[in-house]
Structures are given as C-alpha cells and as structure tokens.
Design a protein around this ligand. Structure first.
Ligand SMILES: C[S@@+](CC[C@H](N)C(=O)[O-])C[C@H]1O[C@@H](n2cnc3c(N)ncnc32)[C@H](O)[C@@H]1O
Length: 419
C-alpha cells in the first residue's frame, strides 16, 4: 500500500479510536475487518500507532497544536509506529518540516501532566500511593507488555515447552514468580503452533497466574470462580486441582462464559462447571452456601492495572464509574463469602491499581466479617511454590505493579473462614 494511503488509514483509525466510546481493541479489530487488504506489517503499524497515541494522548495533542490539517493525521505522524520509510513516503514537504521542528522540542521541559499523560483523578491517588515510584510506573505503562504464557501442567512441562518454542524460533524464559509461567518478548503468532492447539499453553499474564496460586485449590475440592468471565483463572485453577473435584465457573455474562468453551476444550479439563447467574444473589448459588472449599472473587473493576495493554481505559474510566464499581465489588464479595465452608479460603482480587477498589474493599470486608481470618499472602504463595513471594506482599496482601514486578497491576486479599 502507498505510504500516503497508509497514513490516511491511520488517520481514520485514530478518528474512531479517539471517540473513546468503545474499547480500543474492539475499534482496532473492527477496523481491520473492514480493511482486509492490509498486510500483517501494515496492521501492526496502524494498531501500534493508535495505541501509542492513546498512551500519551495529552503529549501528542499538545505537540500537534502547531501543525495544520486534520488533528488525527498530525497525531498519527507524531506517534507513528511503522517504519521511517512509510512515514517519510506518506508525508508532504510541509509535514516533514513541521515534524522535524516538533522533534527538536525537549520533552523533559514540558509540564508534568504532558509527561505522565494521566487524568488528575488517576495521577493524584497514584502519586500519593507510590511516591518516588510514580515515575517508574509511568515509564512502565508507557511501554508494551511482554507476552506471558501459562504452561498447562495437566499436559506439559515448562522445560519441554521452552524447548519446543525454541525450535519454532521463539525465545521464552521462565517467569520469576509463577512456577508455570513463561515470558516472550514481542508478539509472535502462537495460535497455529501445535503446542497451543494441543492446549499445552494458555496466554495469561504472570500476575493472573499468581492469583490462582493464592487460591491454591487441592485435588478433589469444591471450588467456585465467582466472576469467571472467559475463564483465564478458571483454567489455571482447574489444572491446580489436577482435573479432579468440582470447579464452578459463574458469571453474569453468558457471552463471556461462551469464550471459556473453546479454551476448556483445549485444556483437557473435565472438572469445570460453567453457569450463568442473574446476579450475585442468584438462587442457584444459595444451595452452595457453606459448602465450598475455596472461592475466588475476581471482581469486575476499572481494569487500570492493564494500562500497558488497554491504555484507553484511563480516558474511558471516571471517578463516578469507579464509585459504582466499589458498590458492586462489596456486594459480590459479601455474597461469595457465604459459600465458603468453615476452614475454607476466600480470595478477593482485582486488576486495578487503585486502593479504593483494593485495600479499601478488603479491609471493610474484614471489619464486617470477624469470622474470616486474614491469610498473609507471602506465606500462602510460598506454600504454592511461588518464588520470592515476600516481594509480592504488602501488609499481608498481594500487590503487583508493572514497574516492580513486570506484571499487570493486580491486587488480592485472602481469608480463611474460622472453623
Ligand atoms: C475481572 S473480570 C473476570 C476475568 C476472569 N476471571 C479471567 O480470569 O479471565 C470480572 C467478571 O465479573 C463479571 N461480573 C460482573 N458482575 C458480576 C456478578 N454480580 N456476579 C458474577 N460475576 C459478575 C463480569 O461479567 C466479568 O466477566
């Protein structure tokens, strides 16, 4: 495709993505459905350009003010992620001159907001929470996430998967904390590899694997994944249970549970029982009251821990939406807790960076439920073969940060119900 046509398409994609009325990954995938003519490299250039604009939107919009023509075209030029040749070939002489001038600006001298590219309602609590670690977080979420895999221990061993990936020309290393994790730099296509089709691996961030480790279900137990979605954690839990016992995968979204089916088929697990529920107090749950060994509440949350993958969330979320989520999180945790049997384990988790959705919810739950005893995360993770688990624990709770642990941002608190 001619570079100018490619730049036009980038402009159009940005026009759609910057409406912020849909998740960016959905906008990008719909856009590509309408542009089947695009090759792999062109898709990569367009998608990464859109993500680069979303990551540093405040900076790019500020720098774009000096140019002329459609704003989205100027943004595409500034944040271009394809080759230099494509960019040079696509720009007119005025644009080339303008870009050279903008590149002379020392970004370190720009106001703070243009350097962190976060809305105030998000920057302020993160600064208060992190202090000096705020800027390393900004750096971490300005980049792309690596690709993490979880080895399905029902089917394969981590060393064998590393060797098979190597044969396919893909370098994978063991993740530092999760005993089943692999990390790959870049984004190689895995879907067609025999080891993926066989179900030996699943794509899953190391942080998400560690949540399953904190639940630590055993053979033959009754386990509930209360907010199972498309089952990322369900599959990890089912494998830890060695495909025995019963693992209920609940969710209010039938659409998301549908996404679990093909993954379940690949995984070889037969101990998983998916069920759509109407809400957290659905009658179908009540019959399990006091009967469950381990309950995971992977609560609906702002998702702000996944900003490396979903940079649009910082523009699409709002303080009001987060307040609404905290009400939901409290209600779901309350209902799910009723299922735990005496001596059983309850885990509350999110992929949010905000204390408001994390510690605040967990501490309020603990205060209202003296029959649930906090279970220190470091010790629980160490018993689940997690290395260096003390690095993951803050005040007895699991706290994962992109800048510290190279995972998405995750939180989890665990309790044991008194006998
Ligand atoms: C963080 S996502 C779950 C991700 C999933 N556990 C995974 O590992 O892939 C939260 C899920 O909670 C579900 N949800 C929202 N309200 C719920 C409720 N009242 N009861 C159960 N699930 C709910 C959402 O549909 C969503 O799939």
């Amino acid at each position: 495709m001619h570079p100018n046509a490619l730049l036009d398409l980038a402009t159009e994609l940005l026009r759609q993505a910057l409406k912020l009325d849909q998740p960016a990954d959905m906008v990008v995938s719909n856009f590509f459905k309408h542009h089947r003519e695009l090759g792999q490299r062109e898709r990569h250039a367009l998608a990464e350009t859109a993500y680069a604009v979303l990551r540093q939107r405040l900076l790019w919009v500020h720098l774009a003010q000096s140019g002329s023509g459609a704003l989205e075209r100027r943004l595409a030029i500034l944040a271009w992620q394809g080759t230099d040749g494509q960019l040079r070939g696509g720009m007119g002489p005025h644009e080339q001159k303008w870009l050279a001038e903008v590149r002379e600006i020392d970004q370190a001298t720009l106001p703070e907001k243009l350097r962190h590219n976060l809305p105030d309602w998000l920057a302020n609590p993160l600064k208060a929470e992190l202090g000096e670690d705020f800027w390393p977080l900004v750096a971490a979420i300005s980049g792309q996430a690596p690709l993490d895999l979880r080895v399905n221990t029902q089917k394969a061993k981590r060393e064998d998967v590393i060797a098979e990936l190597k044969e396919a020309g893909i370098e994978a290393v063991a993740t530092p904390y999760s005993p089943w994790g692999l990390r790959i730099q870049g984004k190689p296509a895995l879907q067609k590899l025999p080891l993926f089709i066989r179900g030996d691996v699943e794509v899953q961030d190391e942080g998400s694997q560690l949540l399953a480790a904190l639940v630590a279900p055993k053979r033959g137990e009754m386990v509930v994944d209360f907010c199972a979605g498309a089952g990322g954690k369900t599959l990890a839990l089912g494998a830890l249970m060695r495909n025995t016992g019963r693992l209920y995968a609940f969710d209010v979204s039938g659409y998301r549970l549908e996404g679990l089916k093909p993954r379940l088929a690949r995984s070889g697990l037969s101990n998983v029982y998916p069920a759509q529920i109407a809400h957290e107090r659905d009658d179908r749950i009540k019959r399990l009251t006091g009967k469950i060994d381990r309950v995971l509440v992977d609560a609906p949350c702002s998702g702000l821990g996944t900003l490396r993958r979903n940079p649009d969330l910082k523009w699409r979320q709002s303080p009001k939406a987060i307040e609404e989520l905290t009400v939901k999180q409290t209600a779901i945790l309350d209902s799910a807790a009723r299922l735990v049997k005496p001596g059983g384990r309850l885990v509350y988790a999110t992929c949010s960076l905000l204390k408001r959705e994390n510690e605040d919810i967990a501490l309020a739950f603990a205060a209202a439920h003296p029959d649930f005893e906090p279970l220190p995360a470091a010790a629980a993770l160490a018993s689940a073969q997690v290395e260096r688990s003390e690095e993951l624990d803050r005040d007895g709770m699991l706290r994962l940060w992109p800048q510290r642990h190279a995972t998405d941002g995750f939180f989890a608190a665990a309790w044991q119900r008194k006998s």
